[in-house]
Ligand binder design. Structure first.
Ligand SMILES: [Zn+2]
Length: 143
């Protein structure tokens, strides 16, 4: 059974080569689970591990337009877009929780620097006793 590793980090993260050089040292059988953000760490991981190296990823985009989750979302927290549609403010948090809880269980969570979403994913990993590895959190020059 291949291991599943969660990769997380900021959507504004710019250091693509830092993500790629990390991935080059990962066992090729590893499945890389990520949040499928179109920019930043998720996109670098998907592009390199899946598109370039032809290895397996397990992307989980947040369902921003979906219904709120009873018992998880705070009542009245949905936000309205300019066009009038609404979105769930906690869709990313719910997705992070599922990524940490789902089978096959991740054996590691690798976090590159990011904002509140990254820190939420890290907390979900801790809650599920998934080993956490942070990269570049002390290096303010790489973000
Ligand atoms: Zn919600």
């Amino acid at each position: 059974m291949p291991e599943v590793w969660i990769i997380t980090g900021g959507r504004n993260y710019k250091n693509r080569s830092k993500v790629e050089s990390f991935l080059l040292d990962v066992d090729p059988e590893t499945i890389i689970r990520h949040g499928a953000c179109k920019t930043g760490v998720d996109s670098f991981a998907e592009n390199f591990w899946h598109d370039v190296l032809k290895r397996e990823t397990d992307p989980h985009p947040a369902d921003w337009n979906g219904k709120c989750i009873v018992g998880f979302c705070k009542p009245g927290h949905r936000r309205r877009r300019g066009g009038g549609s609404t979105y769930c403010l906690a869709a990313g948090n719910w997705r992070n929780k599922l990524m940490a809880e789902m089978e096959p269980k991740a054996s590691r969570c690798v976090a590159f620097r990011g904002g509140s979403g990254t820190h939420d994913m890290m907390q979900c990993a801790r809650n599920n006793h998934i080993g956490l590895q942070t990269i570049g959190f002390d290096d303010l020059t790489i973000f």
